[in-house]
Design a protein around this ligand. Structure first.
Ligand code: AMP
Length: 466
């Protein structure tokens, strides 16, 4: 199968060629012809499969006819996080080099400056997070009755983040005659129910099971005592001992922990950045860009901030905490071992983590090997044998000193200079389930502004599998 056979326009084919892609990915080959025939599509696929281009390419082809009117976007793409929204905007920029389309990004956390101008000019493509979109609609800046194509991306994540009521409202505001493209990495019951509500006679396309982990990732569990400072010591000994550590993402369950670990690693001389949902947009984009271009070696992140980000070539993932949702484990470790490369993941497990750890092993249907002794899961206060990680931890000096610089050759000389990102409000990184207005600021950014996302290409795993 080649791109020429999919029915895409000349301009799109030219930009695809310019981007260096020679073959559509399975999700692209399956979805694009149906999208071009104006069918509703239910796509089960996660990031890394080429999913984004499976809707951006046909949308660009279809948008060549017609013009945008003031305040009436012609197409609407809903994304759960700002970073994902920005990545999609970047996709339009990349594939839309031969088009003169107005692509607008409506996300929280950045200033109002351009928004009215851009809306008045009319957007061919509006990419938004649900809460921001509704805030804007309520201010009378936006009319949704011109929307011809609605894309709901990462639906399962939207569900996790409590966005479903917002999405239901938005769907009621766009015309019934629209075309709907709905993507989700997994298909829990709730998602099936809303998909059935939003889609009309959809074509289903699916690639790769959502609960599977890549064979290219070496997964290890490491036992640790429960206290945070002890876990941080274990983390540092893992970083010191990690073979072939080039760069790593360190996942935490709570944003307060993201900030703590960031500060701790910075104090210990690591090159580190942080990413969590409450940071302002500027710091988030700067950190991400720094990590992508290797100025920052370690990225401490929460699930919400990191989900779906296309960061090629991460050598290691460390789970500082066992994730609350087993599915997050699959997504977290899926940040490494991409594009057929080898990757390593380490999960720090404490005696209290039995439930979460069991759930992961059940979901991925395999036992995760222990590095050193396995943890002794136990009831409170009865830890039995001393976990090996505790021994390792007691060998290093305490977390409060700044003298125990890591011996790892990979550790850069200079720590990142950015200020410690401050957690705020709740400790959980997920936004509240109800209500909106979580940020006061709303902004529209034209994609012809300079943008830190994207730029790197990589070959996804499926492209290499013959
Ligand atoms: P996505 O799943 O949309 O996040 O895409 C994952 C990665 O695959 C991105 O870096 C894309 O640029 C890349 N990609 C998308 N389509 C293709 C293709 N047909 N051939 C090679 N790489 C692709």
């Amino acid at each position: 199968m080649t791109f020429d056979e999919l029915g895409l326009s000349e301009k799109v084919l030219k930009s695809v060629e310019a981007s260096g892609y020679t073959k559509p990915t399975p999700i692209q080959a399956q979805a694009i012809p149906h999208v071009l025939k104006r069918r509703d599509v239910l796509g089960i696929a996660q990031t890394g499969t080429g999913k984004t281009a499976s809707f951006t390419l046909p949308m660009l082809s279809m948008l060549e006819k017609g013009r945008a009117r003031a305040r009436m976007p012609r197409t609407l793409i809903l994304e759960p996080t700002r970073e994902l929204a920005a990545q999609v905007a970047e996709n339009f920029k990349k594939y839309g080099i031969y088009h003169k389309l107005n692509v607008a990004l409506l996300i929280g956390g950045v200033s109002f400056v351009e928004q009215n101008k851009i809306l008045d000019r009319g957007a061919d493509v509006l990419i938004a997070t649900p809460g921001r979109l509704l805030d804007h609609f309520e201010r009378g800046r936006l009319l949704m009755n011109g929307v011809e194509i609605l894309v709901i991306d990462e639906a399962d994540r939207m569900l996790d983040m409590g966005f479903v009521p917002d999405i239901e409202r938005i769907v009621k505001l766009v015309p019934f005659t629209r075309q709907t493209l709905f993507f989700s990495a997994t298909m829990p019951k709730e998602i099936e129910t809303i998909a059935a509500k939003f889609l009309q006679n959809p074509v289903s396309v699916a690639v790769a099971a959502a609960a599977s982990t890549s064979d290219t990732i070496t997964q290890r569990a490491v036992s640790a005592p429960s206290k945070d400072y002890e876990k941080r010591q274990v983390l540092r000994s893992l970083l010191e001992g990690a073979e072939g550590l080039k760069n790593a993402i360190i996942f935490c369950n709570r944003k307060v922990e993201v900030a703590n670990i960031y500060r701790s690693l910075q104090r210990h001389g690591y090159s580190v950045g942080a990413l969590h949902g409450d940071m302002d947009q500027k710091s988030r984009t700067e950190t991400l860009a720094g990590f992508k271009n290797n100025d920052i070696q370690l990225l401490v992140a929460s699930d919400v901030a990191a989900r779906g980000l296309d960061i090629p070539d991460v050598s290691h993932v460390f789970n500082f905490d066992v994730p609350v949702n087993a599915e997050d484990y699959v997504h977290r470790i899926g940040r490494t071992g991409r594009a057929g490369r080898k990757g390593s993941s380490f999960t720090i497990v404490t005696p209290k983590d039995k439930k979460g750890f069991d759930a992961i092993e059940k979901l991925i249907d395999q036992k995760i090997k222990w590095q050193g002794d396995d943890v002794e899961f136990s009831t409170k206060g009865k830890h039995g044998k001393k976990p090996v990680a505790e021994k390792a931890a007691s060998k290093t000096s305490t977390d409060k000193t700044s003298t125990d610089r890591p011996a790892n050759n990979n550790t850069p000389e200079k720590a990142a200079q950015s200020p410690a990102p401050q957690p705020s409000r709740s400790q959980n990184d997920r936004p509240p389930r109800r209500g909106r207005g979580r940020d006061n600021q709303v902004d529209l950014i034209l994609t012809d502004e300079s943008h830190p996302f994207g730029g790197e290409e990589h070959i996804p795993a499926f492209m290499r599998a013959k």
